[in-house]
Design a protein around this ligand. Structure first.
Ligand code: DMJ
Length: 552
């Protein structure tokens, strides 16, 4: 006779099959890792090829809580946090705009920190105001606050509070584009809705500032059907294309009046970096439909490979050099090669690998890791360059603390440096025992190396990348963690015990810990073929554009 439950379940199976099914289900569950069903970025129909390392992933979550809870206790709502003095500060005297809160929200959602998320969301809903009569940096406000709101909107399952705030902020920023060329001004007064030039730099706007607003304004346009956001951001790219150098390289300053590049340094580090990053990501954001970005990206990577990829003295380490303009004897502009690489450049390793498997792919879905017959010649070149650059960035962690400096210099033939000063391939310029540490020696909790390591792991499955990321995480834990809460920058990566700088940059919670979490999470979380990460690590979904690209 059947029991009630057996009758509802249909015919009875022998117990051994039920047991077998349970064992298989458990094995599959373990293989997939813990499902995070709250997150749109996790697909339930997708079997991840890379499983989670739960212990390490959870250690990163603990670190995030250590950072967030200290900020919340001491400085909730303030733009910036100082973990040693237990204080907060704002970017302008007119008050803050939620820099730290908004920059952190999507990480909470991704990590499944429901309580923290609800408190942060309530702050955004009740306290966040953009009615601030002060000058805010256009680029930073866009990548951190607008990007953070848009990502929170998507990952929260379209909570309207985030889109309302994003639209209000986007609209307040728009006047920066009201210049003769359409290139943005560097600052925006959010209350007066007036753009302002960067007087410290002759009114010029840096290339990264101008060309790292597009993912955010394009996605805002897509969500709201307001084409203006799209057109203003895209017009910047059209202007840059019209004044581009044939090499594909971009000097770091632009004139918002003429729309022309100014004679200035060429580098993939500060003021240049995310220009190159967003060329690829604009192409990926709209599902690889906008071929002009593909072309601009391919030209730029060829320029970087041809002119900037160099090797240190021993030939072991590949790095990305800079070019400084100088007048030659006949009055023309020549370019002096500087064997110097900002920590910021370390985003490029992962970016090149991602570009190789998308822009440089011969097939739709490349293997993990890619096979050589799946990549174009450019794709193979960029893949190998990216892999080597990630290794170089790891090599710059070979310091007393295991943390990498803000800037590394590489040895070059005839550099006049004795081996006693710098016996390795690279060194920190100006570092001398007994002397105050140079600015270059700092580690300010930057994410670029772990960002590349995360991408490299997703695209290769090679466990060495998890080892790299874990080593960096442990160095951060050992040297940057403040016992009373929060994390601080260190002023010399080659000094133990460290001296702190009393600042916890917002990108620790938005980028560094997010990328470390994703490195140890299973690969169904935010798959790289469905999301683009803005330059502040805010994931935005790939979409099919409803607007045609307005330039070619
Ligand atoms: C972040 O604000 C962004 O990643 C930006 O593109 C570069 N600098 C920081 C992190 O280092």
């Amino acid at each position: 006779m059947q029991t009630d439950s057996e009758a509802k379940a249909g015919p009875a199976f022998p117990k051994v099959y039920i047991l077998l099914a349970a064992v298989l289900a458990l094995a599959l569950y373990n293989f997939l890792g813990t499902p995070a069903s709250h997150l749109p970025g996790v697909r339930t129909d997708y079997v991840p090829t890379l499983t989670a390392d739960e212990a390490k992933r959870d250690a990163v979550v603990e670190a995030f809580r250590h950072a967030w809870l200290a900020y919340e206790r001491d400085a909730m709502g303030d733009d910036e946090y100082h973990p040693i003095s237990h204080t907060g500060s704002n970017l302008t005297k007119a008050g803050g705009i939620g820099y730290t809160v908004v920059d952190s929200i999507d990480t909470m959602i991704i990590m499944g920190l429901e309580d923290e998320y609800q408190r942060a969301r309530a702050w955004v809903a009740d306290k966040l105001s953009f009615e601030r009569d002060g000058k805010f940096n256009t680029f930073e406000t866009t990548i951190r606050v607008l990007g953070g709101l848009l990502s929170a909107y998507h990952l929260s399952g379209d909570d309207p509070v985030f889109l309302e705030k994003a639209q209000e902020l986007g609209t307040r920023i728009l006047p920066v584009f009201d210049t003769e060329s359409g290139l943005p001004l560097s600052f925006i007064n959010l209350a007066l809705r007036e753009g302002a030039p960067d007087r410290d730099n002759g009114g010029y706007v840096s290339t990264a500032e101008a060309a790292t607003l597009q993912l955010e304004f394009r996605y805002l346009a897509y969500l709201t059907d307001e084409d203006t956001y799209w057109e203003k951001a895209e017009n910047v790219m059209a202007t840059l294309r019209a004044s581009a150098m044939s090499s594909g390289l971009a000097p770091i300053f632009l004139d918002p009046k003429s729309g022309q590049y100014q004679t200035s340094a060429i580098r993939v580090g500060s003021r240049g970096d995310s220009y190159y990053e967003y060329l690829l990501k604009q192409y990926l954001q709209t599902n690889q439909t906008e071929l002009v970005y593909h072309e601009m990206y391919v030209t730029a990577m060829t320029g970087i490979y041809t002119h900037l990829v160099k090797r240190g003295l021993s030939g072991q380490l590949l790095f990305i050099a800079e070019l400084n303009p100088e007048r030659t004897q006949n009055g023309e502009i020549g370019w002096r090669l500087m064997p110097k690489q900002d920590h910021l450049v370390c985003f490029l390793g992962g970016s090149l690998m991602l570009g190789a498997t998308t822009s440089g792919a011969l097939v739709h879905n490349v293997s993990i890791p890619p096979r050589t017959d799946e990549l174009t010649d450019d794709g193979k070149r960029d893949w190998l360059t990216g892999v080597e650059l990630v290794n170089t960035c790891m090599a710059t962690h070979d310091t007393q603390t295991g943390l990498a400096p803000e800037i590394a210099h590489f040895r070059a033939l005839g550099d006049g440096m004795g081996d006693s000063v710098a016996s390795t391939d690279w060194y920190i310029k100006g570092a001398r025992s007994g002397a105050p540490p140079p600015f270059d020696a700092r580690y300010i909790l930057r994410p670029e190396t772990v960002e590349s390591i995360f991408i490299a792991f997703r695209l290769t499955g090679d466990p060495k990348y998890r080892d790299y990321g874990w080593a960096i995480f442990q160095a951060i834990e050992q040297h940057c963690r403040i016992p009373t809460g929060g994390y601080a920058s260190v002023i010399n990566v080659d000094q133990v015990p460290v001296e702190y700088d009393d600042k916890m940059e917002t990108f620790l919670m938005s980028e560094t810990l997010k990328y470390l979490y994703l490195l140890f999470a299973d690969s169904s979380v935010l798959p790289l073929n469905e999301y683009v990460f803005n330059t502040e690590a805010h994931p935005l979904p790939v979409f099919n554009p409803t607007i045609r690209t307005g330039f070619s």
